[in-house]
Design a protein around this ligand. Structure first.
Ligand SMILES: [Zn+2]
Length: 130
């Protein structure tokens, strides 16, 4: 069963800016103390694309694969896997963290009104996991 979790990103202890991607110092104030916190997972879809080819066997079995660019309400723009019907520019979305088949935490975006459990179905193997 795929684990679905809250969106947790690094936040600067000095200025409060949410960091993405992870980094060692704050991109805004250069503060050196960043703490991983659960942040609001709402956002707006900025762009998306559909992959039709991949060198990764896991993705080859599931093509086409949709990738979304999302501006989080907390500030940063993140890149996430997309789950659901074809997205619409500007649509309200939610972003959750999911463990992929290699137990890496990845971001998954889906419609703001969708059941987040749908994000857990993204990496369900159909018998051919590597
Ligand atoms: Zn800062």
């Amino acid at each position: 069963m795929t684990k679905i979790g809250n969106l947790q990103l690094l936040v600067c202890d000095d200025c409060g800016k949410v960091q993405y991607p992870d980094r060692e110092i704050c991109a805004d104030c250069l503060g050196g103390t960043l703490t991983r916190k659960t942040i609001d997972n709402g956002g707006e879809l900025l762009s998306w694309t559909r992959l039709h080819a991949s060198l990764e066997p896991m993705f080859q079995q599931a093509l086409p694969w949709l990738i979304a660019s999302v501006r989080l309400s907390s500030g940063p723009v993140v890149v996430a896997h997309w789950v659901g019907a074809e997205p619409t520019m500007g649509q309200a979305v939610q972003v959750v963290m999911v463990d992929d088949p290699q137990d890496r935490k990845v971001l998954v975006a889906l419609d703001a009104d969708a059941d987040e459990k749908a994000a857990g179905q993204l990496f369900v193997a159909d018998g051919g996991s590597a």
